[in-house]
Write a protein that binds this ligand. Structure first.
Ligand SMILES: Nc1ncnc2c1ncn2[C@@H]1O[C@H](COP(=O)(O)OP(=O)(O)OP(=O)(O)O)[C@@H](O)[C@H]1O
Length: 327
């Protein structure tokens, strides 16, 4: 049975429009003008326990708004939502102990205090016993390689260490559902990898369900078999990461090394030439004609080496975001 279920979930924000300057302010004061922003429109999906699902979309697509509705921070304007058997916006204590929301750009740890002090506050809020508290802090800080950092004031931690400490604080009550909004935002490559590895291990160890947004495709490819793609408030794809490539990138990338240089004119018949440098070339070839094209390349040209791969997923997603093409 699904642990997260969203049916026709919608959110409309009324946004006040104010002209600039003093006159604009006075006019706005006397007669307010509102415009409606349909941030999320009839979004439906269901997520099973233990799944790690990537939530993708360009800036302003509606990801954070959806996460806020799933965690009960805002009311939906329409549709229904259920998480772990609860209606999120009722914000019942039993619901809050089942979920966590981590936002890469927000922090809950107190800046001037050691993380351990904030963790004690969280333990009290969630009513953890001393035994559970000690055991969980020990286990999580070991998984996050953070043990010797918890006694330092948070402001003295590096960005990566701070994010790891934030995760520790967010997971102390061992929630069943993790909503992660850009958990690796701004981290260097090593810290990103550490956070990713931790999330994977956490999901495997505790069977937690994870819904994750990230602008770093490496996070998505490392963690998520399934992705949801939202575009201008509408869900335009729900399926496997591979299926996303099939649907939005109906071509494959062929890299070839030749025994002699070829001109672009000699190569255009094989596909869209993306790169040509002396004896090397990169083409985009339609998936449907891939076998035929490769056979022709081998038969008609002096091919020394040949490699076929999917185009980089960042490129594919970037194209969907910029063109809005859903076909
Ligand atoms: N409190 C609000 N009041 C009015 N409009 C809002 C509010 N919050 C978000 N919006 C608008 O709703 C739309 C969706 O925003 P949202 O923050 O959900 O997008 P997002 O996919 O999370 O984007 P990003 O990746 O940039 O964080 C945007 O057009 C945004 O300007």
């Amino acid at each position: 049975m699904a642990i997260i279920r969203s049916e026709n979930l919608s959110k409309v924000y009324p946004v006040a429009d104010k002209e600039p300057g003093l006159v604009g302010t006075l006019r706005h004061f006397l007669r307010r003008k509102y415009r409606l922003v349909e941030a999320v429109q009839k979004v439906s999906f269901a997520i099973e326990p233990g799944e790690v699902v990537g939530f993708l979309g360009a800036n302003g697509a509606g990801k954070t708004t959806t996460l806020k509705m799933l965690t009960g921070l805002i009311y939906p304007s329409g549709g229904s939502v259920e998480v772990a058997g609860f209606v999120p916006f009722r914000r019942e204590a039993a619901f809050l102990s089942k979920i966590t929301l981590v936002m890469g750009q927000k922090q809950q740890l107190i800046w001037d205090l050691p993380a351990l002090d904030s963790l004690k506050v969280n333990a009290a809020v969630y009513g953890l016993s001393d035994r559970d508290y000690t055991e969980r802090v020990g286990e999580l800080s070991e998984m996050l390689a953070l043990a010797d950092k918890l006694t330092q004031p948070v402001r003295k931690l590096s960005l990566g260490e701070r994010m790891k400490a934030e995760l520790l604080a967010a997971l102390l009550h061992r929630p069943a559902v993790l909503f992660l909004d850009e958990p690796t935002l701004g981290l260097d490559v090593n810290a990103q990898t550490a956070v990713r590895t931790f999330l994977k291990e956490y999901n495997e160890r505790y069977g937690a369900t994870v819904l994750l947004t990230s602008h770093y495709m490496a996070d998505i490819t490392a963690l998520c078999k399934r992705v949801l793609l939202i575009h201008k408030g509408r869900l335009i794809y729900d399926g496997s990461l591979d299926g996303l490539l099939d649907r939005f990138a109906p071509y494959r990338e062929v890299r070839a090394e030749f025994g002699r240089p070829y001109s672009e004119a000699e190569l255009v018949g094989f596909g869209e030439v993306e790169m040509l440098a002396r004896c090397e070339a990169r083409f985009l070839v339609e998936r449907d004609s891939l076998t035929r094209t490769v056979a022709r390349l081998l038969a008609e040209l002096q091919v020394v080496d040949l490699k076929v791969s999917d185009p980089p997923i960042d490129e594919v997603i970037g194209k969907v975001f910029s063109t809005g093409s859903v076909n």
